[in-house]
Design a protein around this ligand. Sequence first.
Ligand code: NAP
Length: 341
Amino acid sequence: MSASARRIVLAARPQGEPKPSDFRSEDYTVPTPGEGQVLLRTIWLSLDPYMRGRMSDGPSYAAPVPVGGTMEGGTVCEVIASNDPGFAKGDIVLAHSGWQTHAVVDGKMLRKIDPALGPVQTAVGVLGMPGMTAYTGLLDIGQPKAGETVVVAAASGAVGSAVGQIAMVKGARAVGIAGGRDKCDYVKNELGFADCIDHRDPDFAAKLKAACPGGIDVYFENVGGAVFEAVFPLLNAFARMPVCGLIAQYNDTESSVPKWAGALMRNVLTKRLTIRGFIVSDFAGRRQEFLRDMSQWVKEGKVKYKEFVTEGLDSAPEAFMGLLKGANFGKQLVRVGPDKA
Ligand SMILES: NC(=O)c1ccc[n+]([C@@H]2O[C@H](COP(=O)([O-])OP(=O)(O)OC[C@H]3O[C@@H](n4cnc5c(N)ncnc54)[C@H](OP(=O)(O)O)[C@@H]3O)[C@@H](O)[C@H]2O)c1
């Protein structure tokens, strides 16, 4: 079997912000699946901030995409042909097949998606990696208690929106931080956070302080940079800080020790803060509990989610560059192909 396909490769490693010339699209012929392999057609491509890390070759927890290699990414795909008895033509699967319209993948790298749990693309959203990041980081590290204040930035996004809503399920008070009025209104009025502060507001630090009169018990760190500097003085004794992401710093080209590092360490000690970085895969064993709880909360309307969709594989580079600057309003997805071929 051969089919014409398209993929987007890393053309060059970005210096600072990625630019269009760092990506290149290529047409290619899909190879025939071998023994144990499955031919996939991509329906949804998930765009996620971690992809910025894969474009660089600095030290990291995961290997970089090689220059000339297909950009990495989670996908929802339809099985077109299968040489693995576990998968049949027409199955919808979760894959990590990257920025391409078709892929040949080992069957053991795939997981069938249960459409009864929700729209299939939630497998890369609220019921997938970002949702599980929120669930495990908040519950296992943040450990919010009823009445405590939980603060999260990028609060209208895939991870942040789930963090605040799970905090509310646990009886905590959620305060969001987001970029711009529309996002803040959505977080407050539609998701039900107690408050949401615009990090671009010139009075951001004072407004955040006013929104957290009892201080902050859990800060779910998604962004770093200037947001962290405003949050930090508000942390209560014994506050917990799951460090999930530092998107404000992903395009930085220098990595010197900042001036405030000494003050940070002094406060970690005197306030007995718990600061723990994590990668969602650290909690892979929690998948079944996560799916059970999160799908239930989504069904009950306790956790809502928003999608931000661009059309066609070729829209991926621009959508990804936008994601790093806050152009997305909700989980960033690329619709690569129709639900059914
Ligand atoms: N540790 C893990 O395993 C893991 C897994 C998934 C995600 N993450 C991390 O979680 C964070 C959120 O990811 P996501 O997928 O949910 O993305 P997202 O929130 O849907 O989109 C990224 C958002 O980051 C915000 N942002 C960008 N630059 C910013 C800046 N300079 N200051 C403040 N906010 C900025 C923007 O929102 P505003 O317009 O509201 O500012 C943007 O919309 C990222 O840091 C990501 O790397 C970590």
